[in-house]
Write a protein that binds this ligand. Structure first.
Ligand code: TXA
Ligand code: MG
Length: 350
């Protein structure tokens, strides 16, 4: 299949180009498009055959439901049975933005989209191009992240092209994803609401609106296989680069010392190794491929860069990536959730 790539400039969403892309989705095709979290791979959420193509293009397990994207609040009402007041308050505070709500679905959402579940995840993204596209299409867009299943989610158009060229009808974009990690997912079919996947809207932010909100215990007992996460996708090996990732957890000076020791051992054995560092520590690593995720004082930059850096290490052909850790609170919880999965919970605690 020929994949058409269309670049849109920020602040100038050309109408005729957008119409052409919307037509692709209306005709049952697949379009990868940018959102503020990560790029998504979209299809008409009401069209089973189109949605089926998403699963095939990504190599996605059939039991992993998709998130449905809307462009304005009114568009949610036909899609769900009811909106509990807790969900409504969270929507009023955080939409449009990087947060998805799980609600009981109406019959217009096919089981193909919800992967057989009676519930559906809905998100109103803030990215202007995403919003304009959904609006132009005129139907909600079902979209998982636009990566091949198991790989880190794409946060720029080139990573999308790398994964999906030849597999989808069209890839659009231009600007990089501002957030860089997938949306926070909140299950609002239960009371109080439960966070199934941490993201840029943190549990601390959610609790300011819904004080009883809690995090799916399976996320906090992560290495323990007895806890089954409630979001089907959270159980899969995920965000994984080709290289093996090892996380070093501990006081920062000791972490640097330990990483240098491990790197030296690998180099002595003739193995190419990468170090995922931060602005505060990068000059303390003298050997190996060193890339900083950003400053520890600005976790949003760490989140924005994480998936891109994991993919860059694969480009460099390192066999191991040794990473520093971050405190698992506030936004650090989402960052460590992705990093822990990339590492398959291969963690050395000092
Ligand atoms: O930021 C995002 O959410 C991006 C952009 C494109 O919007 N999308 C995204 O989709 O990350 P995906 O498919 O890669 O991840 C969706 C996650 C999966 O872990 C899935 O299991 C969970 O959401 N999920 C979707 N519907 C669900 C439901 N009804 N109940 C529980 N979990 C659900
Ligand atoms: Mg994904």
């Amino acid at each position: 299949m020929d994949t058409k790539v269309l670049i849109f400039k920020e602040n100038n969403i050309e109408k005729d180009k957008l119409r052409e892309v919307a037509e692709v989705i209306r005709n049952g095709g697949l379009v990868a498009f940018p959102t503020e979290t990560v790029y998504g791979l979209g299809a008409n959420a009401f069209d089973e055959n189109a949605v089926e193509k998403i699963f095939i293009a990504k190599g996605r397990p059939q039991d992993n439901p998709l998130i449905v994207h809307i462009s304005q609040l009114d568009d949610i009402f036909p899609l769900v049975k009811e909106i509990p007041s807790s969900a409504k308050m969270l929507m009023d505070n955080f939409w449009p933005g990087p947060i998805t709500f799980i609600l009981n679905k109406e019959t217009c959402i096919p089981y193909k989209t919800s992967a057989g579940l009676e519930t559906i995840g809905i998100r109103m993204p803030s990215d202007p191009l995403a919003r304009a596209l959904i609006k132009e299409v005129g139907v909600p867009i079902a979209a998982p992240s636009a990566n091949l299943s198991g790989k880190p989610s794409p946060t720029d158009i080139n990573r999308c092209i790398e994964d999906l060229e030849g597999k989808v009808d069209c890839i659009i974009g231009g600007s990089n994803s501002e957030v860089g990690l997938e949306s926070t997912i909140v299950d609002c079919t239960v009371e109080p609401p439960c966070v199934l996947r941490p993201g840029a809207i943190t549990i601390e932010m959610i609790r300011k609106i819904q004080p009883e909100a809690y995090i799916d215990p399976a996320l906090l007992n992560k290495a323990d296989q007895n806890f089954k996460p409630k979001a089907p996708g959270m159980k899969y090996k995920h965000y994984a680069p080709k290289a093996s990732v090892i996380i070093i957890k501990g006081e920062i000076n000791k972490t640097v010392e330990k990483i240098n020791e491990i790197v030296q051992n690998y180099i002595d054995d003739g193995i190419k190794v990468g170090i995922m560092a931060t602005d505060e520590t990068k000059t303390y690593y003298k050997k190996g491929e060193v890339i900083s995720l950003g400053s520890r004082s600005d976790l949003t930059s760490i989140g924005r860069n994480l998936f891109g850096v994991l993919r860059t290490f694969d480009d460099l052909g390192v066999e191991y990536i040794i990473s520093e850790a971050f405190e698992e609170k506030e936004y650090g919880l989402a960052i460590m959730n992705r990093l822990n999965k990339a590492a398959g919970y291969n963690i050395i605690s000092l």
